[in-house]
Design a protein around this ligand. Structure first.
Ligand SMILES: [Zn+2]
Length: 491
C-alpha cells in the first residue's frame, strides 16, 4: 500500500533519532545514512528541507489499528506523507520549509464526500420542503435546463470548493453537467475529485439524450484521464428511472473500456422502488446485478431501500455505498439501513448530496446525523458509534470509492491530504474524548488548515487557492438573475 521506493532519499535526512516513529515500511528500505548538514534555520528555504510539518495535540491517523498520537506531527514532502510520530521526534528528524503549529489543533485525514452535485450550491434554498419527484421534475430539472451553463457550473463549483475546503473535505465524488468545467475548477482550487460524465435520458443542460451524453462523456473522459493525478474522470449514469436497461449497460461498457468507475443514484426513494418493480419486475440493485451493471467499480449513492438479497449483492460486488443522511431526511427518502449494511460487510461512506437538498456541504453534520439516525431508527444508542462514523468519513469512505491506497488515513506513503481542526471554540471545552468531539461537536467552521497532495489550500482560515470575494460576488449576481427569472415565470 505504501510506496516503499520513496523512503530511502528521505531517510538520509534523519538526524540519528529513533526510527520508531516511521512506519514499518521503513525497515525494509536501505539503512539511513547519518546526515552531515547542520540544522538550517526554520525560516530559510533549504534544498534539504522537506516541504511541510503539521503538528497537533492529537494526530488521529485513522489507520487500520486506529492509532492516535498525542503531541504528534506529520512530515510531508513531494505531496506524500513521509513520516508520522511524536512531534519532538519528527522535528528533530526533519527540517521543513513550512510548519503548522499544533497547539489546540487536532490533525486528521481530510474528509471524503462520496456524493455531491457541487454546482448546485447556486440552487441552495431555491425550492425546499417538497417530495423528491416533485422537487426534481417540477423545480430542479426545469431550473437546470433554463439556467445551467458553463458559467453556472464554474461559479457553482468554485462556491462548493470554497465551502468544502472551509469544512475540511479534501476529496469529493461529483455528478453534474459540463464536467470539463468542473475539472478545470478542481484543478485550480487544489482539491481531489472523481468527476462524473453525467448520463441521463432527457434534455439536460449539456446534452439532448442519453446517446448524446454518452458521446460527450467519452470526450470528457479521454480529455481528463491521466491528466492530473488529483482528478479522476468517471461515468455518472443518473439512475435506473432516468435511463433504460440498455443505456445503463452501454454506460457500464464505456466505463469498462476506459477503466474508470461509475457513480450512480441507487435505491434512493419509494418512487424508485415502485418504478423498478413495475418496469423490470425487480428492485434497482437486483436489476443492476441481472444486467451485469455491477461488473466493475461502482459507487452507489443513497441506497435507502435495499432488500436483504440486495445487501448481499452490494457486499459481494464490493459496491461503495454512499450514505447521505441530511438529504434523505430533508426529502423524506427514508432511513438507510447503514448498520445492517456495515454488519453484512458492505463498504459504506458518507456524502452531502447537492446543496439544493441539504442545504450545505458540511461533512461534520453528515457524520453526526448518520449516527443519530441509526440510533433512533434502531432504538439503540450504541448504533453507529463516533469512531465508526468518523471512519466512514475518512478511511471507510476512501475504501468505498476505491482510493484507500492513496488517501483516507495518515500513514507514510499515502498522499498528504491532511487537515487541522481548531479546538479553540467554546463547544470543545472541556475535552474528555477527541473522537467524540470531532463527531458530536465539530462543524465546518472549526477547520483551521487544509492540505491536499502536500499543498496548503487553507491556512488558519485563509483561503490560498480561491478568490472568495470574487466567487461571492459572482454567485450573488447569478442568483439574483435566477431569482428574477423565477419570479417572472411564476407570475
Ligand atoms: Zn444525488
Amino acid at each position: 500500500m505504501t510506496d516503499k521506493s520513496y523512503f530511502p532519499g528521505h531517510l538520509r535526512r534523519l538526524s540519528g533519532i529513533s526510527l520508531l516513529v516511521l512506519l514499518a515500511a521503513c525497515s525494509q528500505s536501505e539503512p539511513p545514512q547519518e546526515p552531515e548538514q547542520p540544522a538550517a534555520p526554520a525560516a530559510e528555504l533549504s534544498d534539504d528541507a522537506i516541504d511541510l510539518i503539521i503538528e497537533g495535540d492529537y494526530v488521529i491517523t485513522m489507520d487500520d489499528s486506529g492509532s492516535v498520537i498525542q503531541s504528534g506531527a506529520v512530515a510531508i514532502d513531494d505531496g506524500l506523507i513521509i513520516a508520522i510520530g511524536p512531534a519532538t521526534e519528527i522535528n528533530s528528524a526533519y527540517h521543513a520549509n513550512g510548519h503548522l503549529e499544533g497547539s489546540n489543533r487536532v490533525v486528521m485525514p481530510g474528509l471524503i464526500n462520496g456524493h455531491s452535485h457541487a454546482a448546485m450550491t447556486l440552487l441552495r434554498g431555491v425550492a425546499d420542503d417538497l417530495d423528491l419527484m416533485d422537487w426534481l421534475q417540477n423545480y430542479i430539472f426545469p431550473a437546470e435546463v433554463e439556467f445551467v451553463d458553463d458559467e453556472f457550473v464554474r461559479i457553482g463549483t468554485e462556491l462548493a470548493c470554497w465551502e468544502m475546503i472551509r469544512g475540511g473535505t479534501t476529496t469529493f465524488v461529483d455528478m453534474y453537467y459540463f464536467p470539463d468545467m468542473i475539472a478545470q475548477v478542481v484543478e485550480q482550487c487544489g482539491l481531489r475529485a472523481y468527476i462524473s460524465a453525467t448520463v441521463i435520458d432527457q434534455r439536460s443542460p449539456d446534452a439532448e439524450s442519453a446517446a448524446d451524453s454518452l458521446v460527450k462523456g467519452r470526450s470528457f473522459i479521454d480529455n481528463w484521464k491521466g491528466r492530473n493525478s488529483r482528478i479522476t474522470p468517471i461515468w455518472g449514469p443518473h439512475a435506473d428511472y432516468t435511463l433504460n436497461a440498455k443505456q445503463l449497460s452501454e454506460t457500464r461498457a464505456a466505463a469498462t473500456a476506459a477503466g474508470v468507475p461509475i457513480s450512480i443514484h441507487m435505491s434512493e426513494s419509494p418512487f424508485e422502488l415502485e418504478y423498478s418493480k413495475n418496469t423490470y419486475g425487480m428492485t434497482t440493485i437486483e436489476l443492476f446485478e441481472s444486467i451485469g451493471f455491477l461488473d466493475g467499480p461502482t459507487i452507489g449513492a443513497h441506497v435507502v431501500w435495499p432488500t436483504e438479497n440486495e445487501i448481499k449483492i452490494l457486499a459481494e460486488r464490493k459496491v461503495g455505498v454512499i450514505h447521505n443522511p441530511t438529504s434523505n431526511m430533508k426529502i423524506a427518502s427514508g432511513i438507510s439501513p447503514v448498520t445492517e449494511m456495515l454488519n453484512a460487510g458492505v463498504r459504506v461512506g458518507l456524502g452531502t448530496d447537492g446543496a439544493a437538498s441539504n442545504n450545505d456541504l458540511d461533512m461534520w453534520e453528515e457524520m453526526r446525523l448518520a449516527s443519530f439516525l441509526q440510533k433512533v431508527s434502531t432504538m439503540d444508542p450504541k448504533a453507529l458509534s463516533a469512531s465508526t462514523v468518523l471512519r466512514m468519513a475518512t478511511s471507510g469512505g476512501a475504501e468505498a470509492i476505491g482510493l484507500r491506497d492513496k488517501v483516507g488515513a495518515l500513514e507514510a506513503g499515502m498522499r498528504a491530504d491532511v487537515i487541522q481542526v481548531a479546538f479553540d471554540d467554546v463547544h470543545f471545552v472541556p475535552t474528555y474524548d477527541v473522537i467524540s468531539h470531532l463527531v458530536y461537536v465539530a462543524d465546518e467552521q472549526d477547520v483551521a488548515s487544509v492540505t491536499v497532495d502536500g499543498r496548503l489550500l487553507m491556512r488558519d482560515g485563509e483561503f490560498l487557492t480561491i478568490d472568495t470575494e470574487r466567487v461571492k460576488r459572482e454567485a450573488t449576481e447569478l442568483a439574483a438573475r435566477i431569482q428574477a427569472a423565477l419570479a417572472e415565470r411564476n407570475q
